[in-house]
Design a protein around this ligand. Structure first.
Ligand code: GTP
Ligand code: MG
Length: 377
């Protein structure tokens, strides 16, 4: 089932961002380096259209370095787009990319600076991507609240980097309908989606299906798979592969059955924390293919809706035509369709009760008078 999560506070965030962009000089779109395109919010792109934008692939330490290089080349080849990767978490990332980010803002908005024209930078992205962590790294101390959970920041907040440099932290935001199923799965795996909005076992299965083909070595190393198991893993179905991994983890019940939920939780945590290894779940080519497939599905959906609308119109027209062609009422009243023919009622000698509706057969209604009962005359 597709993953969707757009709670009420995101609707408010959308309105707040629409207001804030009017007084913003640079927009920093924070992406998750493990799912760069899936973590790009199309609604944010629409809201910030026309603003100088920097794409920052965060959590670089958790992503596949080769694929990060591919994604950066992909983005930097697009006209008017600047992208770079970093790790916002203090202690993990080098200081240089953070400084580069500051410099890049002045390059994109050269007329800003000084007390009269302070630089105003808006930081946005999906939940849990590291927006508040990046703000803390830029400011140089823990000033914004962070946490490994979607929805930590609930309101827009301003932070002062210098007297002439303001940063605006925003709550993480998804969009009302995630049309690419794969994007929904990766967002859930990465921790961008609220826990109640997806099924862990289903998401873990999608992750296994990806890893068994792209990162077998990581699975072998993390769960101590034997060499013959490693060989067959990529030939297994995703369920078989998940079962093998779950057993290797020891996620089984007393009867030896696989404890799917436990295995799913462990696999997802291992992915999120990087214990599984550095990996990226999509490439530019794969994402382009998912986009094409989603667009075809969307077109099919629209065509189906148009067909239903057409059928409804046709049946309405036919109904009206039938009514118009019906025999005119001798009194000249034609506004109401003719009443349905009453069913034959044996108790009423085939005639409906005078002036009333035909009797309803079956269980008598509580209010219906009973013939022959107490009080009847
Ligand atoms: N490994 C790693 N973890 C990071 C990095 N950046 C952020 N994190 C972690 O990601 C989690 C989420 O970080 P936040 O800064 O709270 O994310 P956010 O985007 O502000 O989240 P919301 O406020 O919920 O939208 C925290 O546990 C951070 O420590 C990074 O570059 N590398
Ligand atoms: Mg935050």
């Amino acid at each position: 089932m597709a993953v969707q999560w757009f709670p009420g506070h995101m609707h408010l965030t959308r309105q707040a961002i629409a207001e804030r962009v009017k007084a913003t000089d640079v927009f920093i779109e924070l992406l998750d380096a493990r799912l760069p395109a899936s973590s790009a919010n199309p609604m944010l792109a629409e809201l910030t259209q026309g603003l100088p934008t920097l794409k920052v692939l965060n959590k670089q330490d958790l992503a596949d370095p080769q694929r990060t290089a591919d994604w950066l080349a992909h983005y930097n080849a697009q006209a008017g787009t600047r992208a770079f990767a970093l790790s916002a978490n203090p202690g993990i990332g080098e200081k240089k990319p953070i400084q580069r980010l500051r410099e890049a803002c002045f390059e994109l908005a050269p007329t800003r600076g000084g007390m009269a024209k302070p630089m105003r930078v808006l930081i946005g992205g999906v939940p849990n991507v590291g927006k508040s962590t990046l703000i803390n790294s830029l400011v140089g101390r823990k000033t914004a609240k962070t946490g490994d959970e979607a929805g930590i920041t609930r309101h827009e907040q301003r932070f002062v980097l210098a007297d002439d440099f303001y940063l605006y932290d925003t709550p993480g935001m998804l969009w009302p309908r995630i049309a690419i199923d794969q994007s929904g799965y990766w967002l859930a795996v990465s921790g961008a989606v609220g826990k109640n909005a997806y099924d862990e076992a289903e998401i873990a299965l999608e992750l296994v299906a990806n890893l068994q083909h792209n990162y077998v070595d990581c699975l072998v190393k993390r769960y101590g798979l034997k060499s013959d198991e490693a060989t067959v893993l990529s030939t297994f179905s995703d369920e078989q592969a998940f079962e093998l991994i779950a057993k290797a983890m020891g996620a089984t019940s007393k009867g030896g059955h696989v404890a799917w939920h436990k295995a799913a939780e462990r696999l997802i945590t291992d992915f999120r924390t990087g214990l599984l290894g550095a990996m990226t779940l999509e490439t530019p080519a794969q994402f382009a293919q998912w986009q094409t497939e989603a667009a075809a599905r969307e077109a099919e959906r629209e065509a189906h809706k148009a067909l239903l609308r057409q059928q409804r119109r046709t049946s309405d027209t036919a109904g009206r035509a039938h009514f118009r062609s019906a025999k005119p009422d001798p009194r000249g009243i034609t506004a109401d369709p003719p009443p349905p023919k009453p069913k034959r009622n044996p108790q009423a000698n085939g005639r409906p009760p005078v002036g009333g509706k035909p009797p309803v057969h079956g269980k008598p209604s509580a209010r219906a008078p009973r013939s022959g009962g107490r009080g009847s005359r």
